[in-house]
Design a protein around this ligand. Structure first.
Ligand SMILES: *Cc1c(COP(=O)(O)O)cnc(C)c1O
Length: 426
């Protein structure tokens, strides 16, 4: 059995079957914008390996930070110990986070950071003597992760049916941009105020579920409702944060500050898994002054030193250049280059912001056509649902962005394929 055959039959890939799974390409190494396959072919990473590789693959400064940290301390339990990479990263995050979000919980993945945020909202209400408030309000069209609690906060038409038996039920406002959606925020909160602990959303871009961009007025309304009903407002910036849409945080588009914010994906520049939940002093103090006082979460690999060192190096790189300008340059190329897609028969909508660009299709091409375009153009894209999209590394230059956009156009020009089932998200 070749390694690839073993992989096909024994190792699950994301959202894949072990019976006749979609093809997986064997990767030898990756550098900068490129993924190098074992036969030497190179693919430009048009989706930044699920949006996390902000500065390009194997950035020398991040690799060096991981290497030199590894010589001193690869890991130690965070219960009973602390260390420099964790303290330094927390201090640095508090300097770049929206003002006041300076209480930090380090999680090992984005989904866990979301679970932590929701637990914070609940413990906040319990500390205030409101133990009946165990629900969140979330938005239809949203995505917050694959663990049970995070799934339960994601679009209710997604995986809710399959996992109904194990998921808590929350309340959903309408998908932003649909008729009456802005008004539905208040209606849902008023109807369920005595059950709600908080509100959660992906600010400005609903990514992995709907690729839906929406306006800051929704965030301002959620802020007003959270204040009025004493709810914890959680912004999940795991996808949109770190300049994916231009400004460092998507919430800057609305001039609104949440009580709790989750970050992940690009935090380590896409080199090693790490996420964080940042909370305001008010949330942290309320939880700490209540019962049991302790915040009830603590993963084995919490604040892993290698990951914290990688994140510090990534923040250095972010600080060394104007990433908002890089993102604006990326937006410029994609908006011009993708304009002809509007005329394609199978394309419903072309939209984008910063370094996130989407062709919404009537339906996706066949798996074979998608693979053929990837190979012919040397550009890695991973369409899902009805979307052909690009979220390149933020350091992608004009030539690379053009090649990615051209591959998107070529893919969108293919005939519609048979609808795959189980294509819930990216
Ligand atoms: C990817 C994502 C998550 C989940 O992060 P993982 O690291 O995959 O667990 C949560 N929220 C948003 C908005 C995301 O894009």
């Amino acid at each position: 059995m070749t390694p690839l055959e073993y992989d096909r039959t024994h190792i699950w890939h994301p959202y894949a079957s072990l019976k006749d799974p979609p093809r997986a390409r064997f990767v030898r190494e990756a550098r900068g914008l490129e993924i190098v396959l074992d036969d030497g072919r190179r693919l430009i990473d048009g989706v930044a390996s699920w949006w996390c590789v902000a500065h390009g693959h194997n950035h020398p400064a991040i690799v060096e930070a991981i290497r030199s940290q590894g010589e001193k301390l690869c890991h130690v339990m965070f219960g009973g110990f602390t260390h420099e990479p964790a303290v330094e990263l927390a201090q640095r995050l508090s300097r770049i986070a929206p003002p006041g979000l300076d209480r930090v919980f380090f999680a090992d993945s984005g989904s866990i950071a979301v679970e932590v945020a929701v637990k914070m909202a609940l413990q906040y209400q319990v500390a205030k003597g409101r133990s009946g408030r165990g629900k969140m309000m979330a938005l239809a069209g949203g995505y917050h992760g694959d663990t049970a609690c995070a799934m339960a906060l994601s679009d209710p038409d997604g995986m809710h049916v399959l996992f109904e038996g194990m998921m808590p039920r929350h309340y959903f406002a309408a998908k932003p941009g649909t008729p009456g959606a802005l008004e539905s925020l208040r209606r849902v909160v008023e109807e369920h105020a005595d059950e709600l602990a908080g509100i959660i959303c992906e600010p400005i871009l609903q990514a992995a579920n709907a690729m839906n961009f929406y306006g800051g007025e929704y965030l301002r309304e959620m802020r007003a409702l959270a204040d009025e009903f004493d709810l914890v407002l959680v912004f999940d910036e795991i996808a949109a944060g770190f300049h994916r849409l231009g400004p460092r945080w998507a919430a800057e588009f609305a001039g609104v500050k949440p009580d709790v914010m989750t970050i992940g994906k690009a935090l380590t520049g896409g080199h090693i898994t790490l996420a964080a939940t940042l909370a305001s002093e008010k949330v942290a103090d309320t939880i700490s002054n209540g019962r049991p006082g302790a915040f009830m979460h603590g993963p084995t690999y919490m604040a892993n030193p290698l990951a914290c060192a990688a994140a510090c190096a990534s923040l250095d790189i972010f600080a060394s250049a104007d990433y908002a300008a890089k993102t604006a340059a990326i937006a410029d190329v994609f908006s011009r280059r993708l304009a002809p897609a509007k005329a394609l028969e199978n394309v419903v909508d072309v939209r984008g912001l910063g370094a996130a660009w989407v062709l919404e299709m009537r339906s996706l091409p066949s798996r074979e056509d998608i693979d053929r375009v990837i190979d012919e153009h040397g550009v890695w894209l991973r369409p899902f649902g009805k979307f052909i999209y690009a979220m390149p590394p933020l350091v992608a230059g004009e030539a690379a962005c053009r090649r990615i956009a051209d591959a998107m156009l070529a893919m969108a020009s293919c005939p519609p394929g048979p609808q795959a089932d189980g294509d819930f998200h990216e």
